[in-house]
Design a protein. Sequence first.
Length: 467
Amino acid sequence: MAALLAAACTAKAPAPYGPCPTPAQVEWQQMETNFFVHFGPNTFSGKEWGDGTEPEDMFNPTEMDCRQWAQVARDAGFKGIILTAKHHDGFCLWPNPVSKHTVRESAWKGGEGDVLRDLSEACAEYGLKLGVYISPWDRFDPHYGTPEYNQVFEQTLQSALGSYGPVFEQWFDGACGEGPNGKRQEYDWPLYYKTVFDLQPDAIVFSDIGPGCRWVGNERGVAGRTSWSTYETSSFVPGVDSPTREAKNEGIRGGSLWVPSESDVSIRPGWFWRESENDKVKSLQELLGIYYTSVGRNSLLLLNVPPDSRGRIHEADSARLVEWKAALDRIFAVNLAEGGNITADSRRGKAFAESALLDEDYHRYWAVPDDVLTPSFTLTLPKERTFNRIVLQEYIPLGQRVAAFEVEVLGADGQWQQVASESTIGYKRILLIPTVTTSAVRVHITEADACPVLNRIALYMDSIYQP
Ligand code: FUL
């Protein structure tokens, strides 16, 4: 008996299962919400896709203020900012030495300005990470459509990624259209990736197929209810072909790679600012819904908030973000699971006890023996509590494991009543259930690919969002 107990106390941590995130991918996932900034000649022309013929002088913000962007982003809880340093029109927001279509050729600050420098400084000041969107599709560069363009693009990446400090994410959009000479480019992806990783080894590279994170398959901020971070990219090439929309949206169970989804969506109808959309900023209800369908479904929210032609985030957008942050703070202010007690029907050993589900230490988790795939636990509350949101988290450094689970609450009649039956959990799952008043919650894992490893359950009452 004593020997058995000792063995239980010293049980080893579960081995990682399947592909697992790199430490940089775990950090990235923990950012949860990032700020996307579409800015450039389109901000002044009202177009979504400039064609490269826009005169450089068109870019001339009158009250340019990257610190204001950073402040708005930080105050709304975002952890990083990704800037369209070069969109499809080819215009560079930094003085790219291999381009003649940049801020240097514009009237702004007499050609001395550099948005990437200003933003990198503002991000450092406000404690935000900096990311860059650099479009391979270029409708200005005369080399586009010829092999030389790949060298030009390599040097473009070098100058943007090598001169402004750490870059946490490199965003490669999927678009690959025709250049000024009517030709399409054959992109040299291995060269591009090598250039990024040589300069920024920890950068998360976004594309339809990753490798750092993947497009979620829509621009509405909606990840699948089933949402695996595992994925399969086989011989797909970004911009040419990619897994199905369903696979992008839901990931691939059993996939051999860890490529979590990122949900990019704009706060306005368009990606770029235009006057006519100042009254079309998404409502608080829409933005809360987006939070739940992205962050709440094992995805990362990349919310686009485009600065206006002054070079400032417009009041309509910043006011909405203040409301959004206040609403999220109120919804998640009080964890109603606090003071509760958890008992599980299985446990790997003392070091992996179910009490870890209630503490705030990310690296403490509940684990069960390797051969237990369908464990359950019951959370007993100190008294009846009323709530309608249940947060569950898997400890993803060891992989994503849970494929199906059910949640029940104890009814006043003493009967358990099912309130959710879902598939994946992942880094974070927020369940929207009808408001219940109960003294106990039971979670059954009903299907898993390896012994489940969970690090959190939390309960909240949301009186603001109406699904
Ligand atoms: C797409 C682009 O074509 C859009 O203009 C926008 O930048 C969006 C985020 O990515 O690929």
